[in-house]
Design a binder for this molecule. Sequence first.
Ligand SMILES: *[C@@H]1O[C@H](CO)[C@@H](O)[C@H](O)[C@H]1NC(C)=O
Ligand SMILES: *[C@@H]1O[C@H](CO)[C@@H](O)[C@H](O)[C@H]1NC(C)=O
Ligand SMILES: *[C@@H]1O[C@H](CO)[C@@H](O)[C@H](O)[C@H]1NC(C)=O
Ligand SMILES: *[C@@H]1O[C@H](CO)[C@@H](O)[C@H](O)[C@H]1NC(C)=O
Ligand SMILES: *[C@@H]1O[C@H](CO)[C@@H](O)[C@H](O)[C@H]1NC(C)=O
Length: 337
Amino acid sequence: MHPYSLKGSKVAPLPPRQSLVFLIALFGLYVCYLSFNQIRLENKGGENGAEKQTGHVCTRPVIPDGELPYVHFPKPEGYNRAECSCTPVRFFAIVSMQRSGSGWFETLLNSHPNISSNGEIFNRMDRRENVSSIVQALDKLYNLDWLTSAAKNECTAAFGFKWMLNQGFMDYHDDILSYLNKKGVSLIFLFRRNTLRRLISVLANNYDRDAKQLNGTHKSHVHSEEEAEILAKFKPELDVSTLISNIRDVEKYMGDCLDYFNTTRRMILYYEDIISNRNALLQVQKFLGVPVRKLVSRQVKIHTRPLPDLIRNWEDVNSKLNGTEYARFLDGADYLK
Ligand SMILES: *[C@@H]1O[C@H](CO)[C@@H](O)[C@H](O)[C@H]1NC(C)=O
Ligand SMILES: *[C@@H]1O[C@H](CO)[C@@H](O)[C@H](O)[C@H]1NC(C)=O
Ligand SMILES: *[C@@H]1O[C@H](CO)[C@@H](O)[C@H](O)[C@H]1NC(C)=O
Ligand SMILES: *[C@@H]1O[C@H](CO)[C@@H](O)[C@H](O)[C@H]1NC(C)=O
Ligand SMILES: *[C@@H]1O[C@H](CO)[C@@H](O)[C@H](O)[C@H]1NC(C)=O
């Protein structure tokens, strides 16, 4: 016999057709079992995934893949989200500086039925003492266990707060950045282009803290023209010797902040743009994934006059800044009333 001939070799007989069918069916079942397990695993492991809900099934919201990490289904410990438990929630923070219009901006956001912004949670020292106290506060807030007057009866679809740069945000920027990205938080940076006007507002507000011009109470925000008129009567005197370095420092502070947090999901807004371009608020609502509404605030702007009427030593300030890169701030018409 030829040694390589197969013809006569004792090969195991082919299995009969039935057992072949049986084997194939078994294999099919096995594959199903494997993939089923995998789906279960994926659902369990998806930290930020849209399918995190257990207990009952929520229909997957229609959201572009890139935004999925920013959509959440929190389960507060203090209450049951009930019929809202399938409403996806975006976590946000308004990142700003004092006297940049963020108080006004927040009241605008809170006039939306599906947005809840909970104020400056880090104005208290003990909450920003160290990174762990910051993380603890943030975890509680983004679990929707932070109950303030901004709580809504409606299904909240965007939940956040206001964070000033000097409230630990810049001090712990590395840790905060990784927290925000891991947690899937969207940031709205709100700054003023005209930092000279911001400076006037800071000085006037500081003055009122002691002077308490409104019948003996200090107010940072007002709700009537009369109150605004009274507060605007005070004209601060600016220290021209430090003015340029002061403006430069503030601009650097904002620039550094935007650099540190340039890997977040974010939008950058300027106060002046919200005033002159109502589309800005539409963009904000899209960014937060809420239906677009007309947003309203009862707050009244305090300093509405041209700059020469707001600064006691206007001539000095004007000549100091004229010809510098900050001369653009002197042109009071940077926004429409
Ligand atoms: C962080 O600050 C909190 C609140 O003040 C304090 O209780 C805690 O001991 C501090 N933790 C660390 C690690 O320093
Ligand atoms: C906004 O709230 C309403 C009322 O609770 C709810 O029906 C709706 O689904 C919410 N919208 C979004 C986008 O979550
Ligand atoms: C101050 O009090 C007086 C008298 O109570 C009142 O008429 C006035 O409206 C108050 N002004 C402001 C700015 O609150
Ligand atoms: C963010 O800013 C840093 C520092 O300025 C820069 O090195 C980096 O390339 C920036 N990253 C992005 C994504 O823009
Ligand atoms: C700025 O300085 C130039 C030259 O001294 C002068 O002509 C101009 O009127 C000044 N501008 C303002 C706004 O004062």
